[in-house]
Design a protein around this ligand. Structure first.
Ligand SMILES: [Zn+2]
Length: 323
């Protein structure tokens, strides 16, 4: 079993410590229209992302899944440069963002003219089997996303297409849930469409602090991710202390074999520099790509979580889901 990375297939047992949901570069759709003030300095961005990747390497991280949807600035050639210069394995995504924050106009228009499912299926299949655009770089995961209160009809097209592509190719699926909602529904939909639950990771589950929400999702056999660690106190992002309380409860249930950990950090924003108000700074002070290693894992050990459970969540589970 291998993971499809920028530098080619990596054997699952060599993926090592893996962060399964981060963003090397990301821009909210629309940044493409702000080129006058939101210029992209390729050399500077590359230097910064190589620096971050190098820091992760020095902290023992060997593999990162880049979860950036196609319309949010996904840039395979740029990620390949980061991977080659830093030695960090990176997996690339194929998929579109949720309806509220994605670029929906393109496919909504096409869906009005054609059979939408076939169009999305063909796109995902080609990106997984042949490569993205003319880069020859193959997507290593499919990325799905749903709205807060429903998996909308538009979003369902992507879920159904991804399940079929996974059935045919085995490619892993990762998801975005919004504000800690729709986790069980996403799992039910994907498994109902024939996806292999062992190769599905329902994301941003740490947006919800009710252990029963997690148990309800796990019932479907899928993996879940606490993948916004460090992003705290905003809409849909509870405090880490509350997340760890849920994580402890789930580990106590014996679910270490189904949980993965990450941050959802963005190393380089596309568009203009972010004008961050002072008031938001405390919420993001721990939102950086070494927070897990610096703060979370030592805290778990202090709470009596074993090194074996930590290795399970950070090494063995990613190898099984993505390998
Ligand atoms: Zn993300």
């Amino acid at each position: 079993m291998t993971a499809q990375t920028f530098t080619g297939p990596v054997p699952a047992d060599q993926m090592g410590f893996t962060l399964p949901h981060e963003h090397v570069i990301f821009g909210y759709p629309g940044y493409q229209g702000d080129v006058t003030l939101g210029t992209f300095d390729h050399a500077a961005a590359l230097d910064e992302c190589v620096r971050v990747a190098g820091t992760l390497r020095s902290r023992g991280v060997q593999t990162v899944v880049d979860a950036t949807p196609n319309e949010c600035g996904r840039n395979p050639a740029f990620l390949r440069e980061v991977s080659e210069r830093s030695g960090l394995n990176i997996l690339c995504s194929s998929g579109f963002y949720y309806e509220g924050e994605g670029a929906t106009a393109y496919f909504k228009f096409r869906f009005s003219l054609t059979d939408g499912f076939s169009e999305v299926y063909e796109m995902m299949l080609r990106e997984v089997t042949d490569g993205i655009g003319t880069t020859g770089i193959r997507a290593g995961v499919l990325k799905l996303a749903s709205s807060r209160d429903e998996i909308s009809p538009y979003e369902r097209v992507f879920f159904r297409a991804a399940a079929r592509v996974q059935r045919e190719t085995g490619v892993p699926i990762i998801t975005h849930t919004q504000e800690g909602r729709q986790g069980p529904q996403q799992a039910e939909l994907l498994v109902g469409e024939g996806a292999d639950p062992g190769r599905v990771m329902i994301g941003h589950m740490d947006g919800n602090t009710d252990p029963d929400y997690h148990r309800e999702t796990l019932k479907h056999g899928v993996n879940i991710a606490f993948d916004r660690l460090g992003l705290q106190g905003l809409v849909g992002t509870p405090m880490d202390t509350d997340r760890l309380r849920v994580l402890e409860a789930l580990l106590g249930d014996g679910h270490a074999g189904r949980i993965l950990l990450s941050h959802d950090t963005i190393w380089q924003w596309l568009g203009r520099p972010l004008p961050l108000p002072e008031a938001i700074l405390p919420a993001i002070k721990d939102w950086h790509p070494t927070h897990l290693m610096d703060d979370i894992l030592p805290e778990l050990l202090r709470r009596g979580i074993s090194q074996e459970q930590i290795d399970q969540m950070t090494v063995k589970n990613p190898a099984r889901v993505f390998g």
